[in-house]
Design a protein around this ligand. Structure first.
Ligand SMILES: Nc1ncnc2c1ncn2[C@@H]1O[C@H](COP(=O)(O)OP(=O)(O)OP(=O)(O)O)[C@@H](O)[C@H]1O
Length: 242
C-alpha cells in the first residue's frame, strides 16, 4: 500500500532522517519505537505527507505523493488517511459529535446524514455513545482519545497513523485504546503507530526500531508468538548493543 523509497528529511542544516526505505502492506500493524529524538514522529509525518521530505519518494497505492501539490495532498490525506495524536487535538468550540463528523462534512464524499449515521455507529463500536453532545472538556482523556479514533475513521481511511496514542492515558484507558486498535486491525485496517509503550508495540505484527534517523532494526512477530516476552528481549538486546 505504501512504498517508502530512500527518504531523507532535514530541518534547516540538520538532517533528521537518512535514506529510509521500507513498505507497508495492506492490513499490516506497524509500531515505530526508538529513543527520544531518533526521528519517529518525523518519519510518520514524512510518510503521510503531513510534512515535506528533502529527498526520496513515497508511493501510496502507486501514486507518488511526494510530488503532489499541497492542496491535492491535503485532499488525498483527508480521504485516505486517518490521524490520531497524543493529545486528541479536538476543536474546543465544537461538541464531541461535531468534532467527529467534521472531516466527513469537509470531504463531502457522502451526504451529511450518512456521515452522522456512520459517526454514531463508530462511536457505539468504540463504546462512547452517550457523550455526543458534550463539550470536549467534559469527557475523560480515554473517551476523548477514543473519539479522536472515531474522527480518524470517519472517511473510511485506508490507513490509520497514530503518534503516541496512549502517551497521555492511564492504564485502563490505554487498555481500551489497545483493544480498539487490535479490533480495527483484525477487521483489516492498516495501522502505523509511533510509541514508547511496549504494550502498544506488542499489539503490532511488525516493529521498526529507529536510531539516529535510521531504521536500526526491525522485527516481525510470528502468529501465536509471545509478543510481550519476545519484544522485551529484542528491545533489551538492542539497548545493550547501542
Ligand atoms: N520542526 C522542527 N524543526 C527543527 N527540528 C525538528 C523539528 N521537528 C523535529 N525536529 C528534530 O528532529 C529530531 C527528531 O524529532 P522527532 O520528534 O521525530 O523524534 P521522536 O523520535 O519522535 O522523539 P520523541 O520520542 O521524543 O517524540 C529531533 O532532534 C528534533 O529536535
Amino acid at each position: 500500500m505504501i512504498k517508502v523509497e530512500k527518504i531523507s528529511k532535514s530541518f534547516k542544516d540538520t538532517q533528521i532522517l537518512h535514506d529510509i526505505s521500507f513498505e507497508i502492506t495492506k492490513g499490516e500493524f506497524i509500531a515505530v519505537m526508538g529513543p527520544s529524538g531518533s526521528g519517529k514522529s518525523t518519519l510518520l509525518y514524512s510518510i503521510s505527507g503531513m510534512d515535506s521530505i528533502s529527498d526520496g519518494r513515497v508511493y501510496f497505492d502507486g501514486t507518488n505523493i511526494s510530488e503532489m501539490q499541497e492542496e491535492d495532498l491535503a485532499r488525498f490525506r483527508l480521504n485516505k488517511m486517518g490521524f490520531v495524536f497524543q493529545n486528541a487535538q479536538m476543536l474546543k468550540n465544537l461538541s464531541v459529535f461535531d468534532n467527529i463528523t467534521l472531516p466527513g462534512l469537509v470531504a463531502k464524499k457522502e451526504s451529511a446524514d450518512n456521515i452522522r449515521k456512520r459517526a454514531s455507529k463508530i462511536m457505539k463500536r468504540m463504546e462512547i455513545e452517550g457523550i455526543e453532545a458534550r463539550d470536549i472538556r467534559e469527557v475523560s482523556g480515554g473517551q476523548l482519545q477514543r473519539a479522536s479514533i472515531c474522527r480518524a475513521m470517519i472517511n473510511n481511511p485506508k490507513i490509520l497513523f497514530l503518534d503516541e496514542p496512549t502517551g497521555a492515558l492511564n492504564s485502563e484507558a490505554t487498555d481500551q485504546v489497545l483493544a480498539i486498535l487490535d479490533d480495527l486491525n483484525r477487521d483489516g485496517m492498516t495501522i502505523m503507530t509511533v510509541t514508547h509503550d511496549p504494550r502498544v508495540a506488542a499489539k503490532a505484527r511488525k516493529v521498526l526500531y529507529m536510531r539516529d534517523g535510521q531504521i536500526a532494526a526491525s522485527k516481525e512477530f510470528s502468529v501465536g508468538a509471545d509478543r510481550d516476552r519476545e519484544l522485551d528481549e529484542w528491545l533489551k538486546n538492542l539497548k545493550t548493543k547501542a
